[in-house]
Design a protein around this ligand. Structure first.
Ligand code: AHR
Length: 508
C-alpha cells in the first residue's frame, strides 16, 4: 500500500502578519525546582555558575533565543513582596510558599538575581506584580526601583544594593489569575483594580511599560469582555484608553481533570488523542477571545497574551505534589508544535505566549538534578527547531480539501498541522503528523519564488512515550530529514507521531 500524501500550497510572496518573537516566551516561577535547583544553585555551589545562576542551564537556553522571561509567578506572584528579595542575601527574610508545597523560601533569588538571569539569557524581563496581597504603592515602587534613573528614594536603595543604572523592563503583569489564586475576584472588581494599579505603574525615563492585565482561564469570555469594557466601549469608535496594553489568558493541556490526568510517560492511545484534541482546541479559544476584543477594539490596539500554556500531568512519583514536576515525552513536543502552528495563525492579535515552565516544572525545556545532570526535553527541541519563526512574516499553508482527520470521541483531529513564515530569502516550514499509526508523504507546493536549497530536520521516536533522561539524553532529538525538491515542490516522509521543520533558501 502506498503512503498517503498530504498536499499543501504556500505562497511565499504573500507574507501575512509578523509572528511576534514574544510568542516564544518563557515562564519561571518560585515553584518546586524551577528557580531553586533549576536556575539558581547559589554562588557556593560546586556546579559551574555565574553569580549563583547555573551556567549549563543558561547555555542551553541561549540556543533557543528566548525573547522574554515571566517571573516570579503565577500564583506565587500574588504573595510575593519584592522588598524581601533585595539587599544582602543573609539578611533576607524567610517566607512560606503556601501555594507550592508549603516550603520555606529564603528569598535568595530576588530582583537583582532575576535581572542578572535575563541579561545572561539575552531575554526581556516580564515582571508580574502582586495585586492579590500587595499594595499599589509596593508595585509602583518596584517599577521605580527597576527602571528609574537620577535620584529618588527607590533609586537610592537600588544603588545601595549595587546597581547603578536603571534596568529596562518592557513587560509588566498586573497580578495573576485574579479569578482564582490571585484573589478570587469577580471580573468587574478585578477590572477596576487593574485600572487602579496600572495608573501608578509609571513610565520612568524612556522605559515604556507594556502593562498586561490578568485575564481569563481558557474560554471565560466574560472575563475578557469585562477587561475590554474597562478600557473601551462597544461601538464608540475611540481608541482604547491606555491603562493596560495587553490582556492575558491561560490555557493548559491535559486529558482529564485532577487525578484523571494521565501519567507523563505512561499513557495509552486514547489518552494521547484526547490530549491532542485539547491542545488543538486552543484555536477555538483564541478565536473566541479575539472576537470579543475585535468588537471593542476593531483596530487591534490591545494585545492578547497567553502567558501560561503547556501540558499538565500527574507529578513524578516520589516528588512533592506541590512541585508539579513531570517528565516530558514526544507527546509534549507534538503539543508544542501544534500550539505554535495555531499561535502563528493568530499573529495579528496574539502578541506573546509563555510556556509553563522553563525548568523542572510542568512542560519544561530542561530537567536538572542536583548532581549536575541536565536533560533537554523533546519540547526543548521544538522551540529550537522553530526559532526561525521569531519575527518572521507568517505565510498561510493551504491544504486543498482540508487535512485528513482522525476521529477522537466524535471530534475531528487534523492529522497534519503546519505553519510557515518568511524572513528575507529564507522560508521556514513546520509540520506535525499527529497520527499514531499512519505515516504520510508531504508534498508542499511553494509558489511565488524559486527554491534554491532545502534542509529538513525531524523529531520522532518509535513511540510517543519516548523521553530523554540523564542516562539516555538523546532518545528524542532532531535528526536530518531527507527533502526532495522537484519543480518548487518539497517532498518528504513524515512518519507517525513526528514533528519536522524544513528551511528553504529562495533564489533572490
Ligand atoms: O504554572 C503553575 C500555576 O498554574 C501558576 O502558578 C498559576 O498561574 C496557574 O494556575
Amino acid at each position: 500500500m502506498s503512503t498517503p500524501t498530504t498536499r499543501a500550497v504556500i505562497n511565499v510572496d504573500l507574507g501575512g502578519p509578523v509572528i511576534n518573537r514574544h510568542l516564544y516566551g518563557h515562564f519561571a516561577e518560585h515553584l518546586g525546582r524551577c528557580i531553586y535547583g533549576g536556575f539558581w544553585v547559589g554562588e557556593d555551589s560546586e556546579l559551574p555558575n555565574v553569580g549563583g545562576i547555573r551556567t549549563d542551564v543558561v547555555e542551553a537556553l541561549r540556543a533557543l533565543n528566548i525573547p522574554n522571561l515571566r517571573w516570579p509567578g503565577g500564583c506565587f506572584a500574588d504573595e510575593y513582596h519584592w522588598q524581601d528579595g533585595i539587599g544582602p542575601r543573609q539578611d533576607r527574610p524567610i517566607m512560606v510558599n503556601t501555594h507550592w508545597g508549603n516550603v520555606e523560601e529564603n528569598n535568595h533569588f530576588g530582583t537583582h538575581e532575576f535581572m542578572a538571569l535575563c541579561e545572561l539569557l539575552g531575554a526581556d524581563p516580564y515582571v508580574n506584580g502582586n495585586v492579590g496581597s500587595g499594595t499599589v504603592r509596593e508595585m509602583s515602587e518596584w517599577v521605580e526601583y527597576l527602571t528609574r534613573d537620577g535620584d529618588s528614594p527607590m533609586v537610592r536603595q537600588r544603588k545601595a544594593n549595587g546597581r547603578e543604572k536603571a534596568w529596562r523592563v518592557p513587560f509588566w503583569g498586573i497580578g495573576n489569575e485574579a479569578w482564582g489564586c490571585g484573589g478570587n475576584m469577580r471580573p468587574e472588581a478585578y477590572a477596576d483594580e487593574a485600572r487602579r494599579f496600572a495608573t501608578f505603574l509609571r513610565d520612568h525615563g524612556d522605559n515604556k511599560l507594556y502593562r498586561i492585565a490578568a485575564g481569563a482561564n481558557d474560554d471565560n469570555l466574560a472575563w475578557t469582555e469585562a477587561l475590554m469594557k474597562a478600557v473601551s466601549c462597544l461601538g464608540c469608535g475611540n481608541k482604547p484608553r491606555g491603562f493596560f496594553q495587553g490582556i492575558s489568558f491561560h490555557y493548559y493541556t491535559h486529558d482529564g481533570d485532577g487525578i484523571h490526568r494521565s501519567h507523563a510517560t505512561d499513557f495509552d492511545d486514547t489518552q494521547y488523542y484526547r490530549t491532542m484534541i485539547k491542545a488543538a482546541d486552543i484555536d477555538r479559544v483564541i478565536k473566541a477571545h479575539r472576537a470579543v476584543m475585535d468588537s471593542y477594539d476593531p483596530a487591534g490596539v490591545v494585545g492578547l497574551v497567553c502567558d501560561e500554556w503547556g501540558t499538565w500531568w500527574q507529578v513524578d512519583e516520589g516528588t512533592n505534589p506541590g512541585f508539579l514536576q513531570q517528565q516530558n515525552t514526544l507527546r509534549d513536543a507534538l503539543v508544542a508544535g501544534l500550539h505554535f502552528d495555531i499561535f502563528h495563525s493568530h499573529a495579528e492579535r496574539l502578541i506573546m505566549a509563555n510556556i509553563a515552565q522553563t525548568v523542572n516544572v510542568l512542560q519544561s525545556m530542561i530537567l536538572t538534578d542536583d548532581q549536575g545532570g541536565l536533560v533537554l526535553t523533546p519540547t526543548y527541541h521544538v522551540f529550537e527547531m522553530n526559532k526561525g519563526h521569531q519575527d518572521a512574516a507568517s505565510l498561510a499553508v493551504h491544504q486543498p480539501g482540508g487535512p485528513a482527520t482522525i476521529d477522537v470521541d466524535g471530534t475531528a483531529l487534523a492529522q497534519v498541522t503546519a505553519s510557515a513564515s518568511r524572513k528575507g530569502d529564507t522560508v521556514l516550514i513546520s509540520a506535525g503528523n499527529l497520527s499514531l499509526d499512519s505515516g504520510t508523504m508531504i508534498d508542499f507546493d511553494l509558489r511565488g519564488g524559486s527554491v534554491s536549497a532545502a534542509r529538513g530536520r525531524i523529531l520522532t521516536a518509535d513511540r510517543p512515550q519516548a523521553h530523554n533522561t540523564v542516562a539516555e539524553p538523546t532518545a528524542v532529538a532532531p535528526v536530518e530529514l531527507e527533502v526532495r525538491v522537484t519543480d518548487g515542490h518539497l517532498i518528504a516522509d513524515l512518519p507517525p507521531h513526528s514533528f519536522a521543520t524544513i528551511e528553504v533558501d529562495l533564489a533572490s
